[in-house]
Design a protein. Sequence first.
Lengths: 260, 477
Amino acid sequence: MQPATNIVVAALRSEIARLECRGAAACREKVVSFGLEAVDAALPGGGLALGTLHEVAGIGCQVEHCAAASLLAAGLLAQVPGEVLWVLERADIHPPALAAGGLTPERVFYVHAHKPQTVLLVMEEAVRHGGLAGVVGEFSGALGLTASRRLQLAAEQSGVTAFLLRRSRCFDNPVLLEPSAAVTRWRVATVPSGPPLVHGLRGPETPGLGRPRWRLDLIRCRGGEAHSWIVEAFDATGRCRLVADLADRPAAAEPRRAVA
Amino acid sequence: MPLITAASDGRRMVVAAADRAALALGIRSAMPLAHARAMVPGLTVVDADPEGDAVALARMAAWCLRYSPLTASDPPEGVWIDITGCAHLHGGEAALLADLLGRLDHGGTHARGAAADTPGAAHAVSRFAPGPAAVIAPGAHQAAIAPLPTAALRLPPETVGALRRLGFERVGQLAEIARGPLVRRFGQQVALRLDQASGRVFEPIRPVVPDDVVAHRLPFIEPLLTAEAFGTVIDELLDTVCGELEAAGQGARRLDLLFERVDGSVQAIRIGTAAPSRHAAHLARLLKERLETVDPGLGVEAMQLRVPLAEVQAFRQAAGLVEGDRPETSIAALVDRIENRLGPGSVWRATAVESDVPERSVAAIPAIGGAPMASWPVNLPRPVRLLDPPQPVEVIALLPDQPPVAFTWRRKRHRVRRADGPERVYGEWWRRSAEVVAVRDYFAVEDEEGCRFWLFRRGDGSDPATGDLRWFLHGLF
């Protein structure tokens, strides 16, 4: 009885997957890896699915500038071959930072859209066009289910990955928590970093800044569960890693045994 | 040496036109030539050539097609440009006018210009307003022409003289009085010019048609009104025009679609492409997106498609039976579509500029066909967001050359946990004299919550000439 049920369930699952993926048949299989076992394992398919819509926002006061969120999107798209369209609402981006994250200037086109609704319009146009590796939009308005579903459907059909960076002038904007059709939703922010040199853990404090650390919250994931990690930010090759001094910290002391 | 042209007015030789130097000496057109010669002994006089002037003016009107698809020469000395729907391509009406006058001046032509709602108002303001360039806001043209003399209404000199004898000096005085007596005394012309200037009577202009461009015109039996019908005609026109472009081995960079309405006026759509294209479906899409800007009025009786700017486009072998690489999926097509919607120049790429000053290290270049890209040095930490202009912050630092201990930005105090720096950036002395000694010291700092900021201090901390030691926030990581 048990194996027969499994076969039926498996057939149903593949049928649903086929229905969900109406445009490109194999779009589900294509993923981009974080280069980190713990994060990739939490995502269905072993990485961030390409050809879908992902939503990234900051945490707390970092929601206004979305700096870490931009680097996250840039680092992931840097691993996908092809050009990227970056749709800006305010022209405050500094391209050298994206280039340091692996997204070299010859691959990025920028559009200054001025208004939130225009950002969505340009994003949809670019995603439907289908000739790009990815589209990143910085958006400060209220998204809504309809608009996000349009983007998600367009991304599914064309196989272009879309990142929506949610920016907001107020820190706890309830608009950021409204439901959307994005396949994954992330919050990312920098957190206090470790010492610039590893031996600084025990020796005297070295001046300088170490690699930035991100708190990476996966708050919603279709077909997966919410998670939270503290990782070190992407390097130029688009790889992140778990924080070393947490990973390599000494094992917890063994529980004491009472000796009679 | 002052220069004038002379022509006969039937009885004697009079001054036809005078150059800037002659005007400064008090010589005016229609002045007797003998009088002018008496005023300025060494005057250079050449015979007037009205036919040659008209040809040159038509050539200038054709040159003005760079600004709009509808231009016309307005003898003896003017050019009309209908910039409806075209000003945004040049960054607005004021920028268009400045660009036009600047180019003319560069070529040695002294010109005055005005942009207004009606040709009559633009004509009056350009000739009689004090400044060389004036942009009259929409709806303000009547107020703008009211203080001008009555000669601004394009009336013959005898009518102007008669009006002055009756006490009418200004256009505003004429606009206020009853029409009946005015028409009985001076005929229809004064009232007509008044109505043309104020926009109550439409004044069509007869546009010049450059003869060396690819163009196709399609007249209709019945006037067309609907967007669907226009769409069908656009496809039809593009079929022919793209065929001609292909035969010439060219691709369109700019396309003008003219709608000839039954009332004699002409409406126009102008689109541009980032790369030469003769792909009919792509061009049709760009044109149809702008159809909403066309007012068909009572109907359109003919449509004309022109290619004022074309460039060489290489032939490509057809892909065969299998439809492979479609031109629609090229990036240039996407750039066209976005720029068609948001205006030219809205899509750009960034390239590195050899400059240590952060805000100058990035330059925007056109999305298609720009210079080869250079990247930035990767070992220097640079923020994701650059604040423009840098925002002043209150800083506590132990010593001038040490990183700050705490700073206050937007009334919030951030205690610095870790810091890196200074990275010293010197002013670029070859740009401005103020930058000869200027110095900035940049620090990357991290506060207790983990947010990273990029601060700089003006000055090197020892020499007051290098800066006033004020602190600024320039970016966020």
